[in-house]
Design a binder for this molecule. Structure first.
Ligand SMILES: *Cc1c(COP(=O)(O)O)cnc(C)c1O
Length: 375
């Protein structure tokens, strides 16, 4: 879809195509409110959302369940916000009761927003966003609920309006199957009112013209990212109009269960263990694994060097330079994946463990194949 000549950026089909992207993006996010597109990666989308919510000196609460939770808090801090981090560790979902307690203690309602992470890609923890909303409401606190859905959108169910999310952030290169370079921010009326109360917002990050463009260039505050948009158009067509969102979510759920089934078997007599033990707190997009140093790096190197499979590094699990850094890897199962890719990846992992002499329970790949067979 992207491999084509440059289009006219002033009139014609590109302009109509972009108008049509907006309703599809909103459908994907489960919102009837506003959408803004940025030429940015996920870090840019974080900054875009925060630039419209926090002014220097404002306070935000950032519950973290991995590297990305901290990363989002760090962006808020760099923008001048006072950030209260709550570290929920690297293996369990956030405890929403504890968040409610912190909010209850904030009698003056100084906390302007809670920065939630739906799926933290570093740990593969999936957080319960409706429960986070209930915690904010139970505390009677007016804070906005902002959610990072960069890893989860299009893979794990996310329903912005039904779940009471005020601002949702995502990017093109994960579940949306488009190269890195587009960031998306969805926001409701309450968030828009917050934006209106800020003394200034940097013009590039301001979501007002992007979400309400009077002229085409305002969608992007300049030249449109033409070819990314063609890619995104095709991705949204595949997700919403060809396979269908429910079928896409079901496919991710089955493939994730196949991955977990393989690791359950391998873990019976070997060092490879999934990072998240409670299946309800695991993402359908990615699975983080601890295998012990140096086997994580050895396995990744063997697979990329010999079997044509690139596994993810263990992100944020150990400091780079620390020998234990080599004890982790991640399996991505987000976006454009099907059973043959996942079974191929799992088969390559099994072959790699055999080649390297890493102990593992027998029959992991067979267990995954059984899940994919529907039996
Ligand atoms: C990938 C990711 C990010 C960062 O996105 P970049 O495009 O790498 O800047 C942030 N949050 C989550 C949950 C992610 O998965």
């Amino acid at each position: 879809a992207m491999h084509r000549a440059a289009p006219n950026i002033y009139s014609g089909p590109l302009l109509e195509m972009v108008d049509g992207l907006i309703p599809d993006l909103k459908t994907l996010a489960g919102t009837h409110h506003k959408a803004a597109i940025y030429i940015a990666n996920g870090h840019g989308a974080w900054e875009a959302a925060l630039a419209n919510i926090v002014a220097p000196g404002d306070k935000v609460l950032a519950p973290a369940t991995g590297r990305f939770g901290f990363g989002w808090g760090e962006v808020a801090s760099a923008l001048g916000a006072e950030v209260e981090m709550i570290d929920f560790g690297k293996s369990d979902a956030m405890k929403t009761d504890q968040i409610a307690e912190v909010l209850r203690a904030d009698k003056a309602h100084k906390i302007k927003a809670v920065l939630g992470t739906h799926v933290d890609t570093s740990t593969s923890i999936k957080n319960d966003i409706p429960a986070l909303r209930r915690a904010i409401d139970a505390a009677g606190h007016p804070a906005l609920l902002m959610v990072d859905c960069i890893a989860s959108m299009g893979c794990d169910r996310f329903e912005m309006d039904a779940w009471g999310v005020d601002v949702a952030v995502t990017a093109s290169q994960k579940g949306l199957m488009t190269p890195p370079g587009l960031g998306f921010v969805f926001f409701n009326e309450k968030a828009a009112e917050n934006r209106a109360s800020l003394p200034a917002v940097s013009p590039y990050w301001d979501w007002v013209p992007r979400a309400n463009p009077e002229m085409f260039y305002q969608y992007f505050q300049g030249t449109a990212p033409t070819h990314h948009l063609f890619g995104l158009r095709e991705a949204l067509t595949m997700i919403l109009h060809e396979e269908g969102l429910e079928a896409v979510l079901d496919r991710h759920a089955v493939l994730a269960r196949a991955v977990w089934a393989a690791f359950d078997v391998w873990a019976q007599s070997g060092p490879a263990k999934m990072n998240v033990s409670n299946p309800a707190e695991r993402s359908n997009a990615v699975t983080a694994v601890h295998i012990g140093a140096p086997d994580g790096t050895a396995l990744r190197d063997y697979l990329s060097g010999n079997l044509g499979v690139t596994l993810g590094i263990g992100l944020g699990m150990a400091p780079p330079g620390d020998p234990s850094w080599h004890g982790y890897f991640r399996v991505g199962h987000m976006g454009h994946v099907n059973a043959h890719m996942i079974l191929g990846t799992l088969g390559a992992i099994e072959a790699g463990m055999k080649h390297l002499g890493i102990a593992h329970g027998d029959g992991g790949l067979a267990a995954a194949a059984k899940i994919c067979s529907g039996k």
